[in-house]
Design a protein around this ligand. Structure first.
Ligand code: 5GP
Ligand code: MG
Length: 185
């Protein structure tokens, strides 16, 4: 694995993001809605830098299955959400790739009567967007490579790394081979 962003660089990015969010939300009550599972570390670090009354909730989205590194069909679950009517809502996801996840979730949240819905992503992959919407806040622009760590997984693993790393093609292939060997006994 090749380190792309150290934990110090990530912390500086989150400090910057939290200042931008606080600047636009001010003292109004905010509901932070994290996207499981990739945003857990980001949400934990971000909310501890926000001031004013903040609620936290989670939704679930998945477009990857097992050892795939390109999106498949999008699945959403929003049943844990509180009543959003009248609140400022900040949707927080790990990475903006094609943008379909964020677009679908923003539609759902706006339908639930929030006063204002903004979106924040830690990472945006360059040259991959397939939608016209843009996240309101972006931590880092990254090249089109598959990354893990700081909440992001490959085949369920590596979310716990405190830094962000690029998973090389050989490592992806090796994980797939191990997975197949395991499946075939
Ligand atoms: P989108 O709908 O924007 O194409 O995909 C967003 C989701 O795909 C992210 O929330 C994340 O779960 C996953 N994803 C996209 N690129 C990467 C990547 O490089 N690494 C990992 N681990 N997940 C990614
Ligand atoms: Mg995700």
């Amino acid at each position: 694995m090749r380190v792309l962003l150290t934990s110090e660089q990530l912390a500086a990015g989150i400090e910057r993001l939290s200042r931008q969010v606080s600047g636009s939300v001010g003292d109004r009550p905010l509901i932070v809605v994290g996207v499981l599972t990739g945003s857990i570390v980001l949400v934990a670090d971000l909310i501890r830098r926000l001031e004013g009354p903040v609620q936290v909730s989670m939704v679930w989205a998945s477009s990857y299955r097992g050892t795939a590194t390109r999106p498949g069909e999008l699945e959403l679950r929003l049943d844990l959400l509180p009543d959003l009517s009248g609140y400022d809502v900040l949707l927080v996801d790990d990475i903006f790739d094609t943008g379909h996840t964020l677009e679908a979730l923003l539609d759902e949240l706006r339908r639930r009567g929030a006063a204002c819905v903004r979106s924040l992503v830690l990472l945006r992959k360059q040259g991959r967007a397939e939608v016209t919407i843009e996240p309101d806040y972006v931590g880092f622009e990254i090249p089109d490579e598959f990354v893990v760590g700081y909440g992001l997984d490959f085949d369920g693993v590596w979310r716990h790394l405190p830094y962000l790393a690029v998973l090389e093609e050989e490592e992806i292939a090796a994980t797939r081979a191990a997975r197949n060997a395991h499946a075939n006994g």
